[in-house]
Design a protein around this ligand. Sequence first.
Ligand code: NAD
Length: 426
Amino acid sequence: MNLSAETDPEKLDLLSTFESVNFYFERAATLLDLPPDERAILRGPFRELQVELPVKMDSGRWQVFNGYRVQHDNSRGPCKGGLRYHPSVDQDEVRALASLMTWKTALVGLPFGGAKGGIACDPHLLSSDEKQRLTRAFVRAIGDIIGPNQDIPAPDVNTDAQTMAWIMDEYSARHGYTPAVVTGKPPGLGGSLGRGEATGRGVSLIARIVCDSLGLPLRGAPVAIQGFGNVGSHAARVLSEMSARIVAVGDATGAHFCTRGLDVAALLEHQKAHRTLEGYAQSGAERISNEDLLALDCDILIPAALGNVLTAKTAPHVRARLVVEGANAPTTPGGQQVLASRGVPVVPDILANAGGVIVSYFEWTQNLSEFKWKLSRVQDELEESLSRSWEEVLAASKKHNCDWRTASYLVAIERVATATRARFLS
Ligand code: NAD
């Protein structure tokens, strides 16, 4: 397909997730005048592993799962990226998410490349023991290509600190005690203070920084958040601590809306007790669909669940004044085009949700130096890192007269290209 900014948004929505990331890559690479051979080197992943994972289930029967690890680029440091457990995981999605990690780590100036992993499974149908056996089988299968100086996994959709502890333990059984092989571990096992909330806190900080820059007051600003997992729930909590008004939140079971503002503490309690928001009740709040949530009249919309939710079909209904991408790839190129034509600015995923990998970097450095940071240091350095990155994105967007996503890719690609040239091309 010959794609340009003028292409029909619905046609752009036909791109796969990896093609979508490369659509953004090409736009920025063109503005940078990057030669075709350099584009070819930077665009594709340098290593992909697909593994078969036979797992003995509690019933005594064996079930085979497919696992993936894609390492996109390591020119600026070891590969870094999360591990996702979801039925929709496939090679294309993992490849796309790995390349997003390359651009994200470069944009926020971390000494890492990009990677991603995933296992196609429905974790809600697995017992904790089955999840543990599956995770350990995955580590044995990809053990040769991960390590503190090679590739460092972290939590993503449906994986958490416990999953990271199993990975660390399985890897350490072969290599000796190695906490730096993975980040997002429990604090008692070398995890950084503040890592659990880092992505959601980062989303909230960037929302505040961008609102300041746009002259949009955050106090009392209505905010709608899709997704109430690791990212969405912490974003809701931190934004409400910043005095924003959380008018809607949703999860896989549907959404809740209250124009006065939802009681975030009560939502968190309900989520803790029931694992979902199903059955949550609050006087004055009503049930709405996740599609309705995207179309609410609010100041800030935060998609923080899965990808491809703001599309050529849904973006025309968005009434928010600002979109902050908590999830990875929540906006398709078609959706982005519609939002741009309607003047709705989008803070792209590679900036908005970079808080997680920034604090993962802090965790990795703490593990390597065997030194523990205070929570206040983690939070201060996270804020400083995001503020600096935002200033760089804003400057690039003014210089090249482009949107914030293109500007973010410009900054990131320039850094990866510089390292690649110095290492391989000169
Ligand atoms: P999670 O598994 O903790 O939570 C996912 C949430 O999305 C849950 O509330 C779930 O119910 C909801 N959800 C699932 N399907 C949905 C649907 N169809 N409609 C509405 N809600 C739905 O995952 P997470 O770690 O919070 O990740 C969310 C997004 O943020 C993903 O795109 C992930 O790649 C991205 N991200 C996560 C991190 C991290 O540190 N965890 C870092 C960067 C980016």
